[in-house]
Each structure stands twice: as structure tokens, then as C-alpha cells.
Design a protein. Structure first.
Length: 296
């Protein structure tokens, strides 16, 4: 089976390409000091050994710890073997700053913490600051991209409609969508369709939700997400597929999705997730009438 990182985004993506799976850096930043440094380094090493070659972080993940830890762990690896992304627009304490000056300062500070060049820079959760992000922050990143200071420009948010506005009004290389496109929630399909039409790569995170990971058929519930997860799990099991395995495979069935981010806070966790990625999902599962009905 091909290693997770060696299946690249479609050749139609001419501006920028991404490995099919990546390691998300939020859990890495949340690991407490001082033992967290060693665990973070071991987790990144385990991800690398499992074939993962895309790493995503942000200044606000652990107040800068995620960037620093990624920088330390990845410094031992050949720089041309992996893709690294970070974010701007949110300071290390999460405060919004989408001013042109703030974007430039954020990039300088991120480079200092990482000690590495940055391939993809994402505007981080603009929210109500979306207009400033488009009018002030994006032009700075666009200029740095044209000067080849950074490789690519994108936006990251948990609101697909916000990202859709950026895809429509700017020239992004990629978007990072947190949630809203998974086995349990496909509301972001219109965004992905627009990305496909405009040649923008979509990165999806949050597919391994607690409903997917904690299936307990014995407990009574009225939660629609849990009920759906149980029904999907029952269908998957008929094909010898676990629900987490199907959840990791599902987003990539949309041709706009170039990469799926996996969050992990330990070597064992990322090894287990990488093992799921390597297991093939029978095509018959995706054509199963009950599955299609549940996904409709």
C-alpha cells in the first residue's frame, strides 16, 4: 500500500500540490511543558516514519509551542521532502490582527519559532474580520507569493461560506476547512465544487470526530449525529471497514480535496491513524444503497 504522503493531489492542481494526508499541529501545541517537548518530537518522528509529509501549525496553537516544536522536530529532515504550512491573522494568544503590518510581523515571528521556510501561509479564521483580511492581509501574502518568499496562499476556517467568499474574491491556492465535510456533515459541498472549478486545493480536518471514534451501540441516545454514526458504522462493518477508516477515506472522494489533516498528540495515536489510511476501502462500500441513502 502506498504511504500516506505519496498520493498527491490531482495533476489538475497546477499552482500548488499537497500530500494526501497531513499532521495537524493543534494537539502538538496543547501538550504541557516540559514533557510535552519530547512527546511532540516523538509524535512528529512517528508521523514521518509512517510516511506523512505534510505538517500544519499556527502561532495560536499552544501560544507558539506548536510552531517551535514542529521546527525542532523537522529540522532533522531534508527540507525538500515535506510541506509545511502555518497561519497568520491570529496572534499567539488568539487575538485577531489582519492588518498589513500584523501579517508581516506574524510571518517574521513564525519563521523565528519554526527556523524553517514556509510553503503555505493561511489566513486564520478571519470571521467578522473577513473584509480586512481580503483588503489588507491578502494583498501582503499575494505580494510575498509573487516574490517567492512564500510558496502559496490560503485561508483556514470552520465556516465553509466564509471560505467560499475568499475563493470567489481572491486568488487562493488552498483552503483549510475545519469540519463541515465528512461522513457526518457534508454541508460544505458547494465550497468544494467552487474550489474544483477554480483550481483551489481543499484541505479538510476534523473528520475523526468523537461520534466517529466512540461508537457504542448499547447506549440509548437522541443525538442525530450519534445515531447517524451508528448506522454508518453498521454498513461499513458489512464490508470489513471500520467507521474511522471510512471517515478518513471519504473526503478524498471529492476531487477538490487534496489533503486530510489528522490531529495526534502521541506516537501511538498517529501510528494507529496512519495504519487506517493504508487499509483499502472496497469500492462496493461507496456504492452501497443504504450508505448512499444515509449520506443523502
Amino acid at each position: 500500500m502506498t504511504a500516506p504522503s505519496h498520493v498527491l493531489s490531482p495533476k489538475s492542481a497546477t499552482r500548488f500540490r499537497l500530500p494526501r494526508f497531513g499532521l495537524g499541529g493543534s494537539p502538538i501545541g496543547d501538550l504541557p511543558d516540559p514533557a510535552g517537548d519530547a512527546v511532540a518530537s516523538a509524535t512528529v518522528d512517528a508521523a514521518y516514519q509512517a510516511g506523512i509529509r505534510y505538517f500544519d501549525t499556527a502561532p495560536s496553537y499552544g501560544g507558539g509551542r506548536s510552531e517551535r516544536r514542529f521546527g525542532t522536530a523537522l529540522a532533522r529532515r531534508p527540507r525538500d521532502e515535506y510541506v509545511l504550512s502555518t497561519k497568520v491573522g491570529r496572534t499567539i494568544d488568539g487575538t485577531a490582527d489582519f492588518s498589513a503590518e500584523g501579517i508581516r510581523r506574524s510571518l517574521v515571528e513564525s519563521r523565528e519559532r519554526l527556523g524553517l521556510s514556509i510553503d503555505l501561509v493561511l489566513l486564520h479564521d478571519p470571521g467578522e474580520h473577513w473584509q480586512q483580511a481580503i483588503e489588507e492581509a491578502y494583498p501582503v501574502l499575494d505580494e510575498l507569493r509573487s516574490e517567492q518568499v512564500i510558496g502559496a496562499v490560503g485561508a483556514a476556517a470552520g465556516d465553509w461560506q466564509l471560505l467560499d467568499r475568499f475563493v470567489r474574491d481572491t486568488e487562493l491556492d488552498a483552503v483549510l476547512l475545519a469540519g463541515q465535510y465528512s461522513l457526518l456533515d457534508r454541508s460544505a459541498a458547494p465550497l468544494l465544487d467552487r474550489c474544483q472549478a477554480r483550481g483551489v486545493l481543499a484541505i479538510v480536518s476534523g473528520v475523526l470526530s468523537k461520534q466517529v471514534l466512540q461508537i457504542d451501540q448499547s447506549k440509548q441516545t437522541t443525538d442525530p449525529a450519534v445515531i447517524l454514526a451508528r448506522r454508518l458504522s453498521a454498513v461499513c462493518e458489512r464490508y470489513g471497514v471500520s467507521l474511522p477508516q471510512a471517515a478518513l477515506a471519504f473526503p478524498g472522494r471529492h476531487s477538490a480535496v487534496a489533503s486530510v489533516l489528522i490531529g495526534a498528540a502521541s506516537p501511538a495515536e498517529i501510528r494507529a491513524d496512519a495504519a487506517l489510511v493504508r487499509q483499502s476501502v472496497p469500492g462496493e462500500l461507496w456504492r452501497d444503497k443504504e450508505l448512499l441513502r444515509l449520506l443523502d
